[in-house]
Write a protein that binds this ligand. Structure first.
Ligand SMILES: Nc1ncnc2c1ncn2[C@@H]1O[C@H](COP(=O)(O)OP(=O)(O)O)[C@@H](O)[C@H]1O
Ligand SMILES: [Mg+2]
Length: 251
């Protein structure tokens, strides 16, 4: 489990506080949606957990161990992070996914590493793209390749920053469905920053809502109410039930 306790973060010593007193946990086998308006600090929070930024105060424990006391390599074996915008370079898909093995590689890439990479490409239906260049893929294909690289890391935890951001509706559902399946099947603890509330409630089972630098709410699907959505986003919605599923309808 990853436990975030009383996390505080500001970009500059005398600057404004971005996150304050943030506490929650990411548990294996669950998919946590991180919600909040633009600028609420969602990306910053993921970067603190992945140690791109260092918390100003508070602690982040990975199975009880302070992540700031772990080596980067040790951490990368457990936590994979996919940023909001992935840079694209002229790298072949297979090599790019193989790079995910980096935290595990001792001296040389082994046949085992290559097998892991090709198995993941197959699992994500990407085999046909293996020898294409990643800067020549569509948005949906690229997003899947980036996820494949994170999975090649064989992480225990997966941090995804807006993985459905610029995908068409079908690719959005496919991406979330893949993430949901690997989360459950491989007992991974997943945290996803996402703006589409209906995608979030369909595929995630835990919810963290950030507002005014703090945790406004944290819990299961039952905490998602019209009142909460009004408080966080300032919009009016009805929540209806359709075929046994909650659906959020903006008014
Ligand atoms: N590198 C940075 N330096 C200074 N301020 C930043 C930096 N990155 C983000 N911020 C500020 O931190 C706040 C939270 O940003 P961010 O975590 O990106 O929000 P979100 O992902 O929820 O939209 C915003 O006010 C943003 O302007
Ligand atoms: Mg962001």
């Amino acid at each position: 489990m990853i436990e975030i306790r009383n996390l505080r973060f500001s970009y500059h010593k005398s600057g404004s506080v971005i996150l304050e007193n943030v506490s929650f946990s990411i548990e294996p086998g669950t998919c946590l949606a991180i919600l909040g308006i633009n600028g609420a600090g969602k990306s910053t929070l993921l970067k603190c957990i992945n140690r791109i930024h260092t918390a100003t105060a508070g602690s982040i424990l990975l199975n009880g161990k302070n992540i700031y006391k772990m080596s980067r390599r040790e951490m990368a074996r457990q936590i994979a992070y996919v940023p909001q915008v992935s840079s694209t370079s002229h790298t072949m898909v297979f090599d790019y996914v193989l790079l995910g093995r980096k935290p595990h590689i001792q001296w040389n890439i082994t046949t085992e590493d290559k097998k892991i990479a090709s198995d993941i490409l197959q699992q994500l239906d990407l085999t046909k793209f293996a020898s294409r260049y990643i800067n020549e893929l569509s948005g949906g294909e690229l997003q899947r390749v980036v996820l494949a690289r994170a999975m090649a890391q064989q992480p225990k935890y997966l941090l995804l920053d807006e993985p459905t951001g610029n995908l068409d509706p079908r690719n959005q559902h496919e991406m979330m469905s893949i993430v949901r399946i690997i989360t459950s099947e491989q007992n991974i603890g997943t945290a996803i920053v996402i703006h589409d509330l209906n995608l979030a409630i369909r595929y995630c089972d835990r919810f963290l809502l950030l507002k005014d630098t703090q945790v406004h709410s944290f819990g299961g699907l039952e905490i998602i109410t019209s009142e909460l959505i009004r408080e966080i986003y300032g919009i009016e919605t009805d929540i209806i039930e359709h075929k046994g599923r909650k659906i959020i309808v903006p008014l």
